[in-house]
Write a protein that binds this ligand. Structure first.
Ligand SMILES: [Zn+2]
Length: 306
């Protein structure tokens, strides 16, 4: 896979105006929602950086409400080595699994925990959150969000990506940024979505992240924008199980990239003496790991909805 997207120097974006490095806030001075567009929760997922720098470079300003643009794990991003392009996802902790009060208020320390603690008020202050991600494997883009009706209707209305991964029980392996605090509660009014925009290093992944970010802002009225023509019909999946790798011998029964389907009970992977079997008919695998690491996610098992 050629590296079409590469890091650029983010030092010019370090000094924001919110009192926190790499956070930029624009208040329209008029009532309206506070929308956060967040990039680089994972350090090697460059599409978010492409979209966030686009918003800043183009001088996109909200006509109502407030726009905040943030770059999350810049420290991991800066560790990027083209010879080992997957290593800069995180330095110590996965910045997208530590958004519970237990982690944030806990005694442990790491670059990611420090950054999450810095960004905590930024995430908490937003009504609506778009967290831009990409995938290791070259598969179609998709939304990921907790199964609150407000999230599903916003993602459907925005229209692209057309594929949705809905999480009725959360992620099962930690608290993601989009479920921090009130964002992770049924009664909250705000929408919080992850967009997985394609493969990490493809140019078109960055291009889609820009479009999704602009669509997200337009959906909440912060900018004007012609709506794209109706895209592909939505295809939704419900996350049933997150398999966390238990043993270094973890391996899939055949090479997987994501969106392959398995019959109920069919063997998907072995993990030491354990077997990963499809828990439902037409079980669909998402985000299969390309290099299993004990304690990290091996594969997401989902069921098609509708
Ligand atoms: Zn990610």
């Amino acid at each position: 896979m050629p590296l079409e997207l590469l890091p650029r120097d983010l030092e010019p974006y370090r000094r924001g105006n919110a009192g926190i490095d790499w956070v930029h806030r624009f208040d329209s001075g008029r009532p309206g929602p506070h929308v956060l567009v967040n990039a680089l929760t994972h350090g090697n997922e460059f599409c978010g950086m492409v979209a966030a720098t686009h918003l800043l470079d183009e001088g996109i300003r909200p006509r109502i409400g407030t726009l905040t643009v943030s770059f999350a794990n810049v420290e991991a991003y800066r560790s990027f080595d083209p010879a080992r392009p997957f290593d800069s996802r995180q330095l110590v902790h996965n910045l997208n699994r530590i958004w519970s009060d237990a982690w944030l208020d806990g005694a442990e320390d790491s670059p990611e925990l420090r950054r999450a603690r810095e960004l905590r008020p930024v995430v908490a202050a937003a009504d609506h959150v778009l967290d831009l991600h990409s995938t290791a494997q070259d598969v179609q883009p998709f939304w990921v969000y907790p199964a609150y009706a407000r999230n599903g209707s916003a993602a459907l209305a925005i229209g692209r990506p057309a594929v949705h991964l809905v999480m009725p029980q959360g992620l099962g392996s930690g608290t993601p940024l989009i479920q921090h605090g009130l964002h992770g509660t049924e009664a909250h009014h705000g929408v919080a979505l992850v967009a997985e925009c394609g493969q990490h290093f493809r140019r078109e992944t960055g291009a889609l992240a820009i479009e999704v970010a602009l669509d997200f802002l337009a959906h909440f009225g912060l900018i004007g924008r012609d709506r794209p023509a109706a895209s592909a019909p939505a295809q939704r999946f419900e996350l049933l199980q997150t398999w966390v790798v238990q043993d270094p011998s973890f391996r899939f029964v055949r090479p997987l990239v994501g969106f392959e389907t398995f019959d109920e009970g069919e063997l998907i992977a072995t993990d030491g003496a354990r077997e990963v079997r499809a828990p439902c008919a037409r079980c669909t695998v998402l985000m299969p790991t390309r290099a299993p690491i004990v304690g990290r996610e091996g594969v997401y098992l989902a069921r098609p909805i509708d």
